[in-house]
Write a protein that binds this ligand. Sequence first.
Ligand code: GAR
Length: 198
Amino acid sequence: MKRPLRLGVLGSGKGSNFRAIVEKIVDGQLDAEVRIVISDVDNSGILKVARDFKIPGLYVCPGRFRTRLEPEIEENIVRLLQEAQVELVILAGFMRIVKQPLLSAFPRRIINIHPSLLPKFPGLEAWKQALAAGERVTGCTVHYVEAAVDAGEILGAKTVPILLGDTPESLHARIQQSEHVLVPAVIAEIAERFHRRA
Ligand code: GAR
């Protein structure tokens, strides 16, 4: 029997990608279920979106590091995801590097959304990097998360033109429109593969 793919979402920001995922689920276009949302930012937009849709959302104090989590905190996140029986973890604007034990708890089960055409412009504020480099085209990429940052196997990408007069804000907004299409589409493909295997 087909059953929805169980998702766990990690995010630090406003949660527009998370909202796009949930809207596709609600519309019946994505056979998945978000079991838990975890944020390292108290009162983040993504936790508000979770509340709007009555999906369990949790703030997890990130500890003393700025770019990653302490292993004990990751361990706690693993436990929360496992208790929620999550099969696929989505990093939807999660602004920390994921390490151990999260990576080994979910091998090829964590995907990330990145706002550039990887391997170009890994790291922070990739749209600003593309603009500063004088590119004519950039985009967004969804990839598996591995130990090397922004470097795992690419699952899908969408190109976005850079227009004359684009500002960082206008370009990022246009990239996000593409992310909102790409991310649910990649999750749907993964859900399909899960169903074929089940
Ligand atoms: C997205 O544009 C995503 O690509 C980016 O954060 C934004 C989150 O937006 N992620 C990264 O830069 C990861 N390195 P959202 O909170 O509205 O989904």
